[in-house]
Design a protein around this ligand. Structure first.
Ligand code: SF4
Length: 178
């Protein structure tokens, strides 16, 4: 299953790269910025979690130790929004194995069901899409948002995903898996 998922991710990453390119005038992502991984709940399906943890096995002992300590702390404190425990020194320790929410972070897309444009969190700190967002009125002046529904369930249950015979499993906030 994970091999099929990896093949599926190759296709998804290509599509997302294209979106980032098309939307580049609104994107302020750059190396060293870890804003998307600093505050959140990080929903992961069972499939994505299995893939993430398959990468965890091969991390250096020291890194694994830091992550385990961070998870232990989060389990005690139970904050709803938190830094991702896999973010070490402002870098994703499992970048290749990261989840779908991590891959779509930073993009705005049109939500047909709700008839609204979904903006990334960092618009609120003057980053992606801030030049087409009026913080006072909440108005979004984006002419050509991405037309694909960039949510985990929609992506993993798409016609494209069906070709890879993937079993998504339940979706939970990341810390609810530990
Ligand atoms: S898994 Fe990596 S990319 Fe995803 S939220 Fe955590 S640190 Fe960020």
């Amino acid at each position: 299953m994970l091999t099929r998922y990896e093949k599926f991710l190759e296709k998804l990453d290509k599509r997302l790269d294209k979106y980032f390119e098309e939307q580049c005038e609104f994107i302020k992502c750059k190396p060293g910025c870890s804003g998307c991984c600093e505050v959140g709940e990080y929903p992961f399906s069972r499939l994505e979690l299995e893939y993430l943890m398959s990468g965890f096995m091969n991390l250096p002992f020291e890194t694994k130790h830091k992550i385990k300590e961070e998870i232990k702390k989060l389990k005690q404190e139970k904050p709803q929004m938190h830094k991702c425990p896999f973010l070490i020194d402002k870098k994703c320790s499992l970048y290749q194995y990261r989840g779908i929410v991590c891959r779509t972070h930073g993009l705005a897309w049109y939500d047909e069901d709700e008839n609204k444009i979904r903006l990334p969190y960092c618009v609120n700190i003057g980053l992606n899409y801030s030049k087409v967002f009026d913080r006072d009125t909440g108005e979004v002046l984006l002419q050509n948002p991405i037309k694909e529904r960039l949510r985990i369930d929609s992506i993993l249950q798409s016609d494209e995903a069906k070709k890879y015979n993937l079993e998504m499993g339940e979706i939970r906030p990341l810390m609810k898996w530990f």
